[in-house]
Design a protein around this ligand. Structure first.
Ligand code: N01
Length: 505
């Protein structure tokens, strides 16, 4: 008996067991990026404050905290890439840099007093649903455990760095880091550097570091499509106008919104429209790169839009510097001193892995066990699926923001985040009003939704454009993007539909 009491006391101290009937919190939000902070603000605005946010980093910000590499900036205009309910009249540029976006998010969190709900340096290791109690228990690597009626996963689609499947990575004796884990203590000045990858991260980093390094080798496997970026400082006059006559800022946002929505026509309605963008990009390449050999290397052989279209004014000029070389030979291995291709060895002091993120496989970076101990990542082994990217059958009271097929190729993710948060709030309000303990989307609803979704996706440039991208999993299934306009998604997430859920009182 004494022994049992001791064991119980030990467990109680750790609180990793799942016997509790009433949870400590109503909601646990996991992740404090744009999605998590938006969720927290909306809960507070609705007068609900019995929630916490668990964040693995030592600061909020999510992707805008992680991606602090030189040159980091948003590729969607800031007046659209910001919360609709918290406009910022004083964005410095059309496309603001990382620091300014992080600062904006911190100000939003402070304004709505979200910080006091934040548990920083608190990485989730597993979450388990106790079906009898309809409670989620969340364990963390700090040893602390929490419980809540509902968990909301705001862990983001682009939060887990993908290391390249190149042999010998571990043998390199120099400095090596991923773009989302930038080592600020390492001084690149005067060094010979390899950058592997030519996606959205690389095209910002290369122009930023090329002037300081001695030599830069850019290892390109597939050339990206690039269009000039209409980026400029926003004048003080415009900032004043936006501040004192808010409808002018709203009008500007409205204009940006509809310009981006128009682009969706090419991505998801009629792929032929993309030819126009292709012509614009080719003309820009021709104007920017005079050397024919280099131009040939930089010319993509798939339809524009199939991979993310990149915006840059300084990438092509950077590639033409004397100390920059674009290497298209295939990488055989990485060894102690550098990169060995099928043609030669490139000795380097540092290797920057601009190789993207695990966006389509094993997306949730911890164990999630739902009803009957079903594992979420296991359930998603053939491709992640949810209903409206938000609810998953078998996982009651679990919601996702930026879940499967909610990404965009044409506009601001904040629009999708707000729509999903709105939907979750509708559900929470409904459950509260009807005294409902758990809500789980039905299998049939989820299956029908995904059958339709994949039919739509088959018509898009992402599936028919002749490329493989991070939008797809290893089987080529697109599990990341929404194949439509954002207003369609907003319409579908406007009301919680109880008929599509199994509800337990
Ligand atoms: O990653 P990516 P990213 N050997 O996956 C190459 C957002 N974002 O971090 O195309 C050699 O696009 C790979 O080659 P390939 C944005 O949504 C936004 O740049 O597969 N190369 C590719 O070139 C973006 O789309 C912003 O043939 C290898 C590169 O690595 C997303 O994040 C800024 C390789 C990966 O490109 C991801 O962008 C930054 C290998 N073994 C990011 N493995 C802005 O808002 C991979 N590659 C501006």
């Amino acid at each position: 008996m004494k022994h049992l009491r001791k064991e119980f006391y030990k467990l109680w101290k750790k609180r990793t067991f799942t016997l509790m009937k009433e949870p400590e919190y109503e909601q646990i939000i996991i992740g404090a990026g744009f999605a998590g902070i938006c969720m927290a603000i909306k809960l507070k605005q609705a007068g609900m404050s019995n929630f916490i946010i668990l964040e693995r980093n030592c600061n909020l910000g999510g992707t805008w905290w992680d991606n602090a590499y030189p040159g980091a900036a948003c590729d969607v205009e800031s007046h659209l890439y910001s919360y609709s309910f918290k406009p910022n009249a004083v964005w410095s540029r059309q496309f603001s840099p990382q620091g300014e976006i992080l600062d904006y998010l911190e100000r939003c969190a402070a304004k709505y007093e979200v910080e006091k709900h934040l548990h920083l340096n608190c990485e989730v290791s597993q979450t388990i649903f106790d079906e009898a109690a309809a409670v989620w228990v969340v364990n963390t690597t700090t040893g602390k455990a929490f419980s809540a009626r509902m968990i909301i996963l705001c862990t983001g689609g682009l939060s887990q760095p993908a290391l390249p499947d190149i042999k010998g990575l571990e043998n390199f004796k120099g400095e090596m880091f991923h773009t989302a884990r930038w080592d600020k203590s390492f001084d690149l000045a005067g060094k010979t550097v390899a950058v592997i990858g030519t996606g959205a991260s690389a095209i910002q980093i290369v122009p930023a570091i090329a002037p300081v390094v001695k030599q830069l080798y850019l290892f390109q496997r597939t050339p990206p499509w690039i269009i000039a970026k209409d980026d400029k400082l926003i004048s003080n006059f415009r900032k004043t106008l936006y501040k004192y006559l808010p409808f002018t800022r709203a009008l500007h946002r409205w204009r940006l919104y509809w310009l981006h929505e128009l682009m969706a026509i090419g991505f998801v309605v009629n792929v032929d429209v993309m030819k126009l963008f292709g012509k614009i990009a080719l003309r820009y390449l021709k104007k920017s790169v005079k050397d024919e050999t280099l131009r040939k290397k930089l010319t993509p052989n798939y339809i524009i839009g199939c991979k993310r279209i990149l915006l840059s004014n300084d990438y092509y000029p950077a590639l033409q510097r004397d100390n920059v070389a674009v290497v298209t030979e295939s990488i055989e291995t990485i060894n102690e001193t550098g990169v060995l291709t099928n043609q030669q060895q490139y000795p380097v002091d540092a290797i920057i892995l601009a190789t993207g993120f695990k966006a389509a496989e094993g997306v949730i970076p911890f164990t999630v066990k739902g009803k009957n101990s079903e594992d979420l990542n296991e359930a998603w082994r053939n491709g992640a699926e949810a209903y409206l990217g938000t609810s998953v059958s078998g996982f009651p009271n679990l919601f996702l923001v930026v879940g499967p097929n909610t990404g965009l190729g044409h506009s601001s993710m904040i629009l999708m985040i707000e729509a999903q948060v709105h939907y979750i709030m509708e559900c929470i309000q409904f459950m509260k009003k009807r005294n409902i303990k758990s809500a789980e989307v039905t299998k049939a609803t989820q299956a029908n939704f995904n059958t339709d979704l994949q039919k739509q996706l088959a018509k898009t440039v992402w599936q028919s454009g002749g490329c493989h991208s991070w939008y797809q999993n290893k089987n080529g299934k697109n599990v990341t993007l929404w194949p439509g306009f954002t207003f369609t998604f907003m319409r579908r997430t406007k009301r919680f539909e109880p008929g599509k859920y199994e509800l337990v009182e």
